[in-house]
Ligand binder design. Structure first.
Ligand SMILES: *[C@@H]1O[C@H](CO)[C@@H](O)[C@H](O)[C@H]1NC(C)=O
Ligand SMILES: *[C@@H]1O[C@H](CO)[C@@H](O)[C@H](O)[C@H]1NC(C)=O
Ligand SMILES: *[C@@H]1O[C@H](CO)[C@@H](O)[C@H](O)[C@H]1NC(C)=O
Ligand SMILES: *[C@@H]1O[C@H](CO)[C@@H](O)[C@H](O)[C@H]1NC(C)=O
Length: 432
């Protein structure tokens, strides 16, 4: 066991920076690989059937195409944040208004709105909500493939990439929430976030507390607030080498991390054959999020590689690395001197958790190698309003299982759906 893990770490340690560098140089590599023959690998792959009602080509579709393919109506919206970033928001409108609150779904790091669609109808959270008549909104945070616009800057400019998830929470989310409330006429919305999709929420709720009142309920799937006890060897490796990587990135002028490429599905089909359950992609994923092979659907995993990585800023990653090292939930650390200039204190200010008054339900999982149960529970204890805390009843459930597992629906989504229905009944009874 130890030997295997050691070997995996070595492979991971070599592969991931390699991928980072390859992808950092954009375009060139995928084009070379695309012209190579993919041929028979994917042909034999077609024999592998999915547990879900999906197929591999879903990995090549964009969010609105995916929604249309499965017969749901779709609207594309854009909103400009106060600092000029143009954010895409996709809506699956409800056929008739049957619920008082729309639902906003927010994806994790290096991911996109597609995360809530990948496992297809009858399983993905976005479709389950739409089936029950909810007005569903999917955000794409700045810097991912769908939200690369800016009123002044192009995404080739280093200044464009000078943001972390702080700005997403401080600028993007309020703009998105105001857009949804304006479009729907609702006074509040329900929020469901996964991983970094929760980080940005808690940034907003603590630093722009007036937005708490616009939230009917917040469901935090694997809350990424404290990441001190992160177990993932791959992520620990990245964090330990964060300074080195930062220097490397600075030297090469790289500010964006793992941008999306249209060739990435082909690359993963070539490097990671579906028939091999322990292929390279699976190893990298397991080493990052925690292993749970029984709940992995190989087709869904290949579809995922067409969507993710969807792009992020290097600074965004470094900010998470800082949270891991400090064990605190606080703003970006620019070093003593620059902190003093920026924050009037040598230390970056901690986010004020006492200001978070929106009602919160936390889901956490025992085998989550990124958000350890200790970190999730510590966060739960520090919220001023006691949250509902729910441990997923599958000891092997990992970080990615919240959006990808064969049992995501019974373990997590059914609970959210019945909780939403219950809250709605209570609210309408209270009003009448
Ligand atoms: C692909 O399969 C065909 C027959 O199914 C075979 O003739 C061909 O040589 C194979 N090509 C490669 C590159 O393996
Ligand atoms: C979804 O599930 C229902 C019954 O649970 C079934 O009738 C329907 O065909 C399923 N849809 C898909 C796309 O699998
Ligand atoms: C601190 O500020 C200086 C001068 O503006 C800048 O060159 C340097 O990159 C900054 N350091 C960090 C860590 O941002
Ligand atoms: C944190 O928020 C609470 C509640 O809004 C407030 O009373 C307190 O003064 C805030 N603390 C800081 C340091 O801003």
């Amino acid at each position: 066991m130890a030997r295997t893990i050691e070997r995996m770490i070595r492979v991971g340690g070599l592969i991931s920076p390699l991928l980072v560098l390859l992808r950092g140089t954009a375009g060139a590599v995928p084009q070379v690989l695309e012209s190579a023959s993919v041929g028979n690998g994917s042909e034999s792959s077609n024999d592998i059937r999915s547990y879900f009602a999906i197929d591999v080509e879903d990995g090549a579709l964009r969010t609105p195409e995916l929604i249309t393919k499965y017969g749901y109506p779709v609207e594309s919206h854009q909103v400009t944040s106060a600092d000029g970033y143009i954010i895409s928001v996709t809506r699956i409108p409800s056929k008739k208004v049957v619920h008082p609150w729309p639902v906003l779904l927010v994806h994790g790091l290096l991911a996109s709105s597609a995360d809530f669609l990948i496992i297809g109808p009858n399983n993905s959270l976005a479709y389950l909500l739409a089936d029950r008549g909810y007005d569903v909104w999917l955000a794409d945070m700045r810097g991912n493939r769908y939200s690369l616009g800016h009123t002044r800057l192009t995404s080739d400019s280093p200044d464009y990439w000078d943001f972390t998830w702080h700005e997403m929470g401080y600028y993007d989310l309020p703009a998105i929430i105001d857009l949804i409330l304006r479009q729907t006429g609702a006074r509040q919305l329900n929020y469901i976030g996964h991983s970094q999709g929760t980080t940005v929420f808690f940034v907003m709720a603590s630093s722009r507390p007036e937005y708490n009142d616009k939230i009917a309920h917040m469901y935090a799937l694997s809350p990424a607030v404290f990441v001190k006890h992160m177990r993932s060897p791959l992520s620990r490796w990245l964090v330990q080498h964060a300074n080195l990587l930062q220097d490397l990135f600075d030297t090469f002028g790289i500010h964006r991390f793992l941008p999306h490429s249209d060739g990435q599905l082909k690359i993963s089909q070539m490097l990671c054959p579906l028939a091999e359950t322990e292929n390279l992609c699976m190893q990298i994923v397991s080493l990052t999020v925690g292993p749970n092979p029984k709940m992995v659907d190989m087709v869904a995993m290949q579809v995922l590689t067409g969507h993710d990585p969807a792009g992020a800023s290097v600074k965004q990653l470094m900010h998470f690395a800082q949270l891991h090292r400090s064990g605190k939930f606080r703003q970006y650390d620019y070093g003593r001197r620059n902190n003093t200039e920026r924050y009037s204190h040598w230390k970056p200010p901690a986010y004020n958790l006492s200001a978070i008054t929106a009602p919160v339900t936390i889901f956490y999982a025992r085998n989550d190698w990124l958000i350890d149960p200790r970190d999730a529970l510590r966060f739960a204890r520090l919220l001023p309003k006691e949250p509902t805390v729910h441990l997923v009843e599958d000891d092997n459930f990992n970080h990615l299982d919240f959006t990808m597992a064969k049992n995501a629906r019974p373990m997590v989504y059914e609970r959210i759906l019945s909780d939403l229905a219950k809250r709605e009944r209570t609210a309408t009874n209270g009003r009448s």
